[in-house]
Ligand binder design. Sequence first.
Ligand code: ADP
Ligand code: X15
Length: 403
Amino acid sequence: MKTIDELLTEGVSGKRVFVRADLNVPLSNGEITDDGRIRAVQPTIAKLAEAGARVIVASHLGRPKGAPDPAFSLAPAAARLGELLGADVAFATDTVGASAKETVAALADGQVAVIENLRFNAGETAKDDAERGAFADQLAELADVYVGDGFGAVHRKHASVFDLPARLPHAAGYLIATEVGVLKKLTAEVKRPYVVILGGAKVSDKLAVIDELLGKADRLLIGGGMAYTFLYAKGYEVGISLLQKDQVDVVKEYMARAEKNGVELVLPVDILASKDFPDLKTKAPADFITVDADKIPADQEGLDIGPKTRELYASKIADAETVFWNGPVGVFEHPDYAGGTRAIAQALVDSSAFTVVGGGDSAAAVRTLGFDENAFGHISTGGGASLEYLEGKTLPGLAALEV
Ligand SMILES: Nc1ncnc2c1ncn2[C@@H]1O[C@H](COP(=O)(O)OP(=O)(O)O)[C@@H](O)[C@H]1O
Ligand SMILES: O=C(OP(=O)(O)O)[C@H](O)COP(=O)(O)O
């Protein structure tokens, strides 16, 4: 993989450099609640700008449906990037249209622009190679050089991640280099016990990685939205909790294989459940009950792990030598459902293990709950990306930079 330093040695002054970042930051009422992903890519952008490049920063935000949607605009991220860089950052209100072309054409050497959300264009995420390729062709017209630094999205075979680097001279940015450097350690010699905690809401994406983890981890602690498919597979009522019904047989097979392989697959024993998803805007007090995991009422949904589970999981983390955690174990954005996630973060901080926290929301949770980032071994900007890397999968966004 060509590094950004090699690119800088060759010279980027006056060149239009396309930086594929992951600026998919959490927003509440239009405000960024955690800017970690913007800070993580800042060194790459700053270095290119200092070297006189005309820097075009591109990213997705959220999961809009291939058409413009103001709720998913990158404008707040562009403004924050400008504050961090201490420079004016131009913003194009489209991705490959007139605004993007004019904004890029107006860039002076050393200036930075952000173009609008890549996923406002159906071509970005298209399954069809030709459709993705056509969008990548349009993106390629904007730039002379490509720098891949959106680690959180390298597991996506998307136009800006996979197809665009094939069309331009390319290099990996500092963030990708750092992330891969740390995660490599977890694929080589892992000190045991190796404990993996999986939670979050992207259940179907993340259930698949358990297949591989059952051959690697010693203990697998399940929380968040992921837990209910397991509890359902055990025959429990899960009410209106997040449930991946089409994966129930897969999950049953995981449970059987865990037992056979001697992997401890640990599920919540108690849950905070409610009839209503909490109001994340007003953060109004939630009306919830604490119940054993097999007693979730049919009209309620599980929103956090309960106190007994927090204690159980902390005890499973206490003697670990290596811990990887992806996915908040509850709806931590609401204070009433942040306790489980806080307990997991505290258990990581208290352990003497090498700890890695991965994922946009997991990293944001750790910071917004007030933990010191330095208390963890590594905070990765990618959840799905780091999980798939640990699985040993070929990640499209890394493979594209290697050729
Ligand atoms: N029990 C639950 N039900 C619904 N959503 C949940 C639950 N537990 C956690 N979540 C949500 O999961 C989201 C994070 O999931 P995900 O994107 O998979 O994590 P990451 O970004 O760290 O990879 C958070 O917004 C959180 O509110
Ligand atoms: O937030 C992200 O991933 P993560 O939740 O696995 O950390 C990345 O920005 C990728 O987003 P996607 O899962 O919508 O492709």
